[in-house]
Design a protein around this ligand. Structure first.
Ligand code: PEP
Ligand code: MN
Length: 337
């Protein structure tokens, strides 16, 4: 259920409703809005308690939310969510997050960060912990990678988006990261999601490679129901019969997410296609489809990359891509960030 407060409801009335919801044995989630406050209710199985809540001062209506992903849904929060993070505003305009797949060494990280920062990029991606299909492949630099990320942040002011692989590492990664990435393989790692629901940093939740939209939004609900409001979705391609690209980038998910949820949705055209030469077209298509931004892999020398070199743009290709997004953003009247 969702309690819709009057536009002029007082803070004391809002508190009283939240207390009443707790007395009923449910959890209140206060959602301030531009015009009015709403209070999401979780933990209830049906409309029990609706009548008592309706009679409370300041309450305009109590509506049933029909979907399972209650806090994630548009029904609960009709306005799109916008999260200001490290000089960017995810959910407002089109935010380009770029960087190498992995933190490989200090030199390539500083070089990449300076390059991206000079182009106006505010958030850099790079993994210190890598979920690799083969146990023999480069697994990331771990704590040394986190040290390098902290240095990049201190030297360039860029915000850091980096993956957290397991519950044991959350504290350590959270110290450095501005956004905690959950990879496709971990989308349904509920222990990790529960832990991240208590994190003080926003979470970028990639879509599982075989996840339906409902499974994905329910994974986001794990994060939100534990108290983390700042959830960013990211489509990175799914498994299909098609083998002409690494994954099948499902751009049709963008209008669906916009319809069902208030959360921002980014596109990862790098993992979505697996080939650098296909990344620019799908990036422009993401902007045209109404996505909130990109998570794109960029490397100073893709041929020598320790992971995902084939799908990484070099600096020239990124410069060209960024330039090609500008006129399109102008036509669409979307701010490019
Ligand atoms: C990545 O972003 O480098 C990554 C491992 O992504 P995914 O979880 O989408 O495979
Ligand atoms: Mn990668």
């Amino acid at each position: 259920m969702l309690v819709v407060m009057h536009a002029n409801a007082t803070p004391a009335q809002i508190d009283a409703v939240a207390d009443r919801i707790r007395q009923l044995g449910y959890s209140p989630h206060v959602i301030p809005g531009a015009l009015r406050t709403a209070i999401g209710i979780t933990g209830n199985r049906g409309p029990e308690g609706r009548e008592t809540l309706l009679m409370m001062p300041g309450v305009e209506d109590v509506v049933r939310i029909t979907v399972g992903y209650k806090l994630v849904s548009r029904e609960t929060h009709p306005e799109p969510s916008v999260f200001p993070i490290a000089g960017s505003r995810i959910g407002h305009g089109f935010t380009v997050i770029a960087g190498p797949c992995s933190v490989e060494n200090e030199k390539m990280m500083i070089e990449s960060a300076q390059f991206l920062s000079a182009r106006g990029v505010k958030l850099m991606r790079a993994g210190a912990y890598k979920p690799r299909t083969s146990p023999y492949a480069f697994q990331g630099l771990g704590t040394e990678g986190l040290r390098i990320l902290a240095q990049v942040k201190a030297e360039t002011g860029l915000g850091i988006v980096t993956e957290v692989l397991d519950t044991d590492n959350v504290d350590r990664v959270e110290e450095v990261a501005d956004v905690l990435q959950v990879g496709t393989r971990n989308m349904q790692n509920y222990a990790l999601l529960r832990r991240l629901s208590k994190a003080g940093k926003p979470v970028l939740l990639k879509r599982g490679m075989a996840a339906t939209v409902e499974e994905w939004l329910l994974a986001a609900e794990y994060l939100m129901s534990g108290g983390n409001r700042r959830v960013i979705l990211c489509e990175r391609g799914v498994r299909t019969f098609a083998d002409h690209t690494r994954n099948t980038l499902d751009l049709s998910i963008v209008p669906v997410i916009k319809h069902l949820s208030h959360l921002p949705v980014l596109i990862d055209p790098s993992h979505g296609t697996g080939r650098a030469e296909y990344v620019p077209a799908m990036s422009r298509a993401s902007l045209a489809a109404g996505a909130d931004g990109l998570l794109v892999e960029v490397h100073p020398d893709p041929r020598s990359a320790l992971s995902d070199g084939q799908q990484s743009l070099d600096f020239d290709a990124f410069t060209q891509l960024y330039a090609s997004l500008k006129p399109l953003a102008n036509v669409l009247d979307v701010e490019l960030l």
